[in-house]
Design a protein around this ligand. Structure first.
Ligand SMILES: [Fe+2]
Length: 206
């Protein structure tokens, strides 16, 4: 029997033109986890952890963006130091965003990514588009830190109970510690301190 020529249909379709404007059904739906992974963590555990991590992710992305808004819009005599501090915290929050998102992916879930999905999910109050004075900027940042710190402690406890040590470590070592430290740096700017004259001066010793 003569040998059938190998199908060359695939090769006939080859040309240098990029295939533009493609769409196709999703390969995994949001809110699901893949079934089998070599992590020794059951599917329901990974499902619950990815759900809570996505809440933490949406709040962290919002705080990250709030820091950039404050970095751009800050005004007044403390402009320079706050401009720099806000950007430092923005960069640290950006690192956290990637760490949380990749933890969700490695647990078999899907990380929330786009701004409109983040806006629907976050628990942090939406600031106005306009410019606000420094004490209000700082208060908004502290409120956001407080929401994240509270969620972080709950997530850490739950992860520990479910045996997800990696999520527990991320929640405590990365997210909680960073947010605690940033909250300290921000809150010290809200202490009412005189700049040039002591509030209750006493006689200097000779
Ligand atoms: Fe900048």
């Amino acid at each position: 029997m003569p040998k059938k020529p190998a199908s060359n249909q695939h090769f006939n379709n080859l040309d240098a033109q990029p295939r533009m404007h493609q769409r196709a059904p999703e390969i995994q739906q949001y809110g699901t986890v893949t079934h089998a992974l070599p992590l020794e963590l059951e599917e329901p555990v990974r499902l619950e952890m990815t759900e809570q991590l996505n809440q933490l992710l949406a709040d962290t992305m919002t705080l990250r963006d709030l820091y950039k808004k404050c970095h751009w819009q800050v005004a007044g005599p403390t402009f320079y130091q706050l401009h720099l501090l806000f950007d430092k915290h923005f960069n640290e929050q950006s690192e956290l965003v990637d760490t949380i998102a990749e933890r969700i992916q490695l647990l078999g879930g899907l990380a929330i990514a786009m701004a409109h999905d983040v806006a629907e999910t976050t628990q942090i109050e939406r600031p106005p588009k306009g410019r606000e004075e420094v004490p209000v900027q700082l208060s908004r940042l502290l409120d956001a830190h407080q929401i994240i710190i509270r969620a972080c402690r709950e997530l850490a406890k739950r992860a520990s109970r479910l045996g997800d040590d990696g999520t527990n470590d991320l929640a405590v070592s990365d997210v909680l510690r960073t947010n605690e430290l940033q909250a300290w740096f921000v809150s010290e700017h809200l202490v009412n301190m005189p700049l040039t004259e002591a509030a209750q001066p006493s006689m200097a010793a000779d």
